[in-house]
Design a protein around this ligand. Structure first.
Ligand code: URA
Length: 219
């Protein structure tokens, strides 16, 4: 059912000419992840070059780093997450999408959330955050990240947390206490423990015929 509804939205999105980004796109980057198992929606900014080439969100350098952080926290990007972007077509030179571009894409974003009705939403970076929260001048992403809040989409309240965008982490390598990478680890662990306390992906690896391996890793 969810997949059928999302397919209708995808088709509309793929033929969208609602803003100038449509002209130069190679692919509309609609989503990644399994809509039938995902309990969390992760929202990024917009596709980059690799995403535009492949039609999948978060597959370039930033995406690979995000995938590593997720997996270290015990979150599977294929099973636990439905990954989408605020804007579905690549802005030139990877610039931040304009208000007009965000407005043109908003109906697709809202429909995706409305169909999935996730247990939680991860706002990945400032563009996603600002699409749902009016920040006052003192509220930077560094201050807001890591806090659970409620956002409302189409009249439905969702538990949400902002995390750093992985492109920021590509420029900040430190793993020292309080560094952006350490805070990212903490935030994703908080999300895993709060929303997916029952999920253990080690079980997935060992669930088939690997009895000996299974008893070794769970010992
Ligand atoms: N950055 C994003 O915000 N989204 C992507 O899909 C890739 C990079």
């Amino acid at each position: 059912m969810k997949k059928n509804c999302l397919e209708i939205v995808r088709q509309k999105c793929e033929s969208c000419q609602g803003c100038a980004l449509a002209k130069n796109r190679n692919n509309v980057v609609f989503s990644d992840g399994d809509a039938s198992t995902a309990r969390i929606v992760l929202i990024g900014e917009a596709p980059g070059e690799m995403e535009d080439e492949t039609g999948r969100p978060f597959v370039g350098r930033a995406g690979q780093l995000l995938t590593e952080f997720l997996s270290d926290a015990g979150i599977s990007r294929d099973k636990d997450l439905y990954i989408i972007n605020t804007v579905k077509c690549r802005p030139p030179e990877n610039r931040v999408p304009t208000d007009e571009e965000k407005a043109a894409c908003r109906k697709f974003l809202d429909a995706q959330i409305d169909i999935i009705k996730p247990d939680a939403i991860i706002l990945c970076g400032a563009t996603a955050l600002k699409s749902f929260v009016n920040l006052d001048k003192k509220q930077t992403i560094s201050k807001v990240r890591g806090q659970w809040m409620t956002i409302t989409v189409d009249g439905v309240d969702y538990k949400a947390m902002t995390i750093f965008h992985p492109s920021y982490l590509l420029r900040n390598h430190s793993m020292a206490e309080g560094s952006p990478r350490r805070l990212m680890q903490q935030d994703l662990k908080n999300i895993k423990d709060t929303i997916l306390p029952d999920v253990n992906h080690v079980d997935d690896v060992t669930s088939d015929n690997n009895v000996a391996f299974g008893s070794l890793v769970s010992a």
